[in-house]
Design a protein around this ligand. Structure first.
Ligand code: NAD
Length: 386
């Protein structure tokens, strides 16, 4: 079969630049039936030495040091944005206006207003778009979605989710600059809310529907940190920790917590959903397992079952090894890339689109506003099971 090539221009060669590049590289080997295939045409980062080495290491045909030059190229079909949050809007809008498909890292934007402009730009240009909320594509998480959609859990009462880290428990850690842009509100938009809770919220709404209103508290544990760019002590404006509760449109209650101050936890992303007939729980540290309690089981064997999601009839696993053998974090990006190319065949959207991710942005904004005003906030989310 003659493959249709999609020429990728990747911007940013840090953590996500690597996961996405790995994703593109695995497609021809593990998804050979796709009609569309990625060509790693160009990568962009600011310093020539870094970007040249990255291009060689990952197999990009060429490189640029100015993202505008990359977008201007005729031999790029899709722009993949892997840079800090403050650059998502400008790059995405420029790429859409140039008629390129746009794949963008999460969160969509620093705030709701920027997100709205991005959604409008891709809508106006009519270009294919997606946001890398990659955890949807872990097989155990996709299986949870299938179980929930089958109705096996019955009426849902509770949804709770955490994302816990501990890497900023150090008052000498600076903010800003290349390494610590997440600590700088100007670059990141918010702290754990946009960085970590955004993942929790995307999954929560995908699994359990729209979030209607929120009430939250946030905390900044270290109030001042040296800024890498200015060299001065500056006020910290990102949330170090955030806890919120909420109502879902289906009548269930939600409880969410994220922090970078939970000593001992590196990336403990969890969710649990409790329904009338059953419950599910999952955590990222044991990502191939889905815990399932089915209240309709015979009472003498009733209990939590731990499903090792590695069999060929479970989501995505027919593409990998043999039953019982695990896959990892990086596969969520391979799956998202594969689903993107599949969506080019079907003509359907590759969810979450920019418009879907804007709904997550609405919740994030309401969470931040609620903490600031110490009041419940409506989210204005419009969720159609995207
Ligand atoms: N999906 C996920 O789970 C996940 C995980 C981590 C990060 N992210 C998101 O990915 C994005 C990037 O995060 P990261 O962890 O890869 O950051 P990073 O700091 O590791 O890498 C950022 C890259 O952007 C480059 N860059 C910065 N300014 C640039 C410019 N003007 N032109 C070209 N390149 C520029 C940097 O040189 C660096 O290579 C962020 O939006 C972040 O929220 C998502």
């Amino acid at each position: 079969m003659e493959k249709k090539e999609i020429r990728i221009g990747l911007i940013g060669c840090g953590f996500m630049g690597r996961t996405h590049s790995n994703g593109y590289k695995r497609i021809p080997n593990f998804f050979p039936d796709l009609q569309y295939t990625p060509v790693m045409k160009a990568v962009c980062s600011r310093t020539e030495e870094t970007v040249k080495a990255f291009a060689q290491q990952w197999g990009y045909e060429s490189y640029e040091t100015d993202w505008k030059a990359l977008i201007a190229r005729d031999d790029i079909d899709a722009v993949d944005i892997c840079v800090p949050n403050n650059m998502h809007k400008e790059i995405a809008i420029a790429a859409a206006e140039a008629g390129k498909m746009v794949l963008c890292e999460k969160p969509l934007s620093r705030n709701l207003e920027e997100g709205k402009q991005m959604v409008e730009a891709v809508r106006k240009a009519g270009v294919k778009n997606t946001i890398w909320y990659n955890y949807r594509r872990l097989p155990a998480v996709t299986l949870a979605k299938q179980i929930i959609e089958s109705g096996k859990l019955g009426k849902i009462f509770h949804y709770r989710s955490n994302f816990l880290q501990d890497w900023t428990i150090n008052e000498n850690l600076p903010q800003g600059g290349r390494a610590f842009w997440r600590m700088d509100a100007n670059a990141a938009g918010s702290g754990v809310t946009g960085d970590l809770l955004a993942h929790c919220i995307d999954l929560a709404m995908w699994l359990n529907g729209g979030i209607e209103d929120v009430s939250s508290v946030t905390e900044i544990f270290v109030k001042q940190r040296k800024h890498e760019d200015t060299g001065h002590l500056e006020e910290v404006k990102i949330d170090d920790a955030c806890i919120f509760h909420c109502h879902f449109a289906n009548g269930s209650l939600g409880l969410f917590e994220s922090t970078r101050y939970a000593r001992g936890h590196k990336a403990l992303f969890t969710f649990e959903i409790n329904g009338e007939h059953g419950s599910l729980k999952w955590d990222l540290h044991d990502l191939n397992r889905l815990e399932y309690f089915n209240n309709t089981d015979d009472s003498n064997v009733k209990g939590w079952r731990s499903i090792h999601v590695t069999d060929g009839d479970q989501p995505y696993m027919d593409k990998w090894w043999v039953p019982g053998l695990s896959i990892g974090y990086e596969h969520s990006f391979v799956h998202q890339a594969a689903d993107f190319f599949k969506s080019l065949e079907s003509g359907e959207d590759c969810h979450p689109t920019f418009a879907d991710a804007l709904q997550t942005q609405r919740v994030c904004e309401a969470v931040i506003d609620s903490a600031k005003d110490r009041q419940w906030k409506d989210t204005q989310v419009e969720w159609k099971n995207q």
